[in-house]
Design a protein around this ligand. Sequence first.
Ligand code: NAX
Length: 331
Amino acid sequence: AKQPVRVLVTGAAGQIGYALVPMIARGVMLGPDQPVILHMLDIAPAAEALNGVKMELVDAAFPLLKGVVATTDVVEACTEVNIAVMVGGFPRKEGMERKDVMSKNVAIYKSQASALEKHAAANCKVLVVANPANTNALILKEFAPSIPEKNISCLTRLDHNRALGQVSERLNVPVSDVKNVIIWGNHSSTQYPDVNHASVKTPAGEKPVRALVANDEWLHGEFITTVQQRGAAIIKARKLSSALSAASSACDHIRDWVLGTPEGTWVSMGVYSDGSYNVPAGLIYSFPVTCRNGEWTIVQGLPIDALSRKKLDLTAEELTEEKELAYSCLS
Ligand code: NAX
């Protein structure tokens, strides 16, 4: 029998946490034969709610769930974890300056980086979900220098899945037949959802999305803005932000990272830039990646047209500004 894997979820008493922990306990993240021990962290004001989530996990009697740690102690939460999903953070409230929100999150990610560095299992993989996701991941990387940069990522898989969903709806094909969209850059409204290399499985073989949609106006306009603005559209409809889709996409992200991407398929992950595609090195930027043996590799050599180039650069500029803002909060 497999040894249990310890999975940390921070912000576990929140909305995404509530959708995510049962998925993990059911094997959606690591597979149906992989036992798990859940570590759930939240802050003191949410301690009672967190305990309620723990009670429900016990009540659900998940066969794969071999233990639950529910705590407000960062060290206890991080100890021996193999996977860390960082959902906890400080949300932007009405009237707050960007700098104030950044400053709160920088403080959180700085201290949680240290706890992970000191107490997590060797080779722990980290996924940052909490916004600003790319920059929180960068801060975590900077303050956990002994965690390999290859092990630190942020979530843009929700945006990737949203792009697959929009193509599927437009062409009236199952979403599982659509692949190889790309989200470039920041998990923000400057992200660039790119279908130039995406394809659809048809009875006559794989066809480019561009050829099947055959409507550049839609692809260059509404498609992009719909994906970029989807988070806001969900808030408007639900009066709450995306939770089940965020949780499901976080499971997809970790599953593909650990178990590998299917042959001929790539996914989008926010990872540490090495300068590929002339994206400035030293940013956490969303790229197309394939995964094997628990490691991601940026897909190389995709042709980038002039329109795409502008969009790749625009979102990189925003990330550079965020990075500067984050660093100004450190001093
Ligand atoms: P909630 O406000 O429901 O939950 C956040 C939880 O984090 C709360 O229980 C809070 O007490 C806890 N928390 C705050 N500070 C903490 C700390 N220092 N340590 C541990 N826990 C802490 O938000 P929810 O809707 O669950 O969203 C969580 C985060 O995901 C937000 O930052 C949100 O912006 C971000 N999102 C990111 C997405 C992505 O694709 N990358 C999409 C969904 C989501 O918007």
